[in-house]
Design a binder for this molecule. Structure first.
Ligand SMILES: C[S@@+](CC[C@H](N)C(=O)[O-])C[C@H]1O[C@@H](n2cnc3c(N)ncnc32)[C@H](O)[C@@H]1O
Length: 224
């Protein structure tokens, strides 16, 4: 009997995490999904609603500016950002995710690239006027999150904006009671994206439209 795709998704994640390979399962999952043997649970086929809301409220003009989409998956968020005029780079650790992004958006002006947030190219340091991080940090085990967060913050150019969208974890839920993936972010984790020159300027907790008991962060930061 063929395995249920949702069961396959959990199995693929667990096998990799049990091997102490916290990022290997993304490629395995996208590759299995490309064969119709698993589902990518976060692949919405559209941009994230909280990014759509931020763009419609802020009306950013990306002309002459650069944007970076972290853990882009199959590219739906990147396409929204490129449409605002940004010279947009979008990266993912999974080569199959990037191939799928190319296939989904064949005429795209975004640059889709395989790269690792935990070891980003040196020339990305403080290089992007807009950095969008949606659900990548929370997809990493909690012990890797501080390093991942630090790398995200180092991508933002002087005067640039960082937008973080993540599932919210209740403040009183300890790490060892959080059984991911995903490992949602505490308020303290959201605060830890700040640095002396990268300031949290707006923080919202928004209920999920499909399940109002699930809360998500939408956090906007600005670099001096
Ligand atoms: C939960 S998914 C979210 C995807 C997309 N941002 C979205 O919201 O639909 C996390 C994504 O981050 C990618 N990812 C995980 N670890 C990464 C890393 N170290 N560097 C780059 N991408 C990574 C995964 O391959 C996956 O596409």
């Amino acid at each position: 009997m063929t395995e249920d795709p949702e069961v396959a998704t959990r199995r693929i994640a667990r096998e990799s995490l049990d091997r102490d390979d916290p990022t290997g399962w993304f490629e395995n999952l996208y590759a299995a999904a490309a064969e119709g043997e698993a589902v990518v649970p976060w692949d919405r086929g559209t941009a994230h609603q909280l990014l759509v809301d931020w763009i419609s409220e802020s009306q950013p003009d990306g002309t002459g500016k650069t944007a970076l989409i972290v853990g882009t998956g199959t590219g739906w968020d990147a396409e929204l950002v490129v449409d605002r005029g940004y010279d947009t780079t979008a990266f993912d650790i999974s080569p199959t995710a990037i191939e799928t992004a190319h296939r989904n958006h064949p005429a795209s002006r975004a640059h889709y690239i395989v790269a690792d947030l935990l070891d980003p190219p040196a020339d990305w340091h403080r290089a992007f006027d807009l950095v969008v991080e949606i659900y990548t940090v929370q997809a990493l085990p909690i012990h890797l999150q501080p390093d991942a967060i630090k790398h995200v913050t180092e991508l933002v150019a002087p005067g640039g904006t960082l937008l973080v969208i993540a599932a919210a974890r209740p403040d009183n839920q300890p790490d060892d009671a959080t059984h991911g993936p995903p490992w949602p972010l505490t308020r303290a984790a959201i605060q830890s994206f700040t640095t002396p020159d990268l300031h949290l300027i707006q923080l919202d907790q928004v209920p999920s439209p499909t399940d109002p008991t699930i809360l998500r962060w939408r956090a906007e930061y600005l670099r001096d």
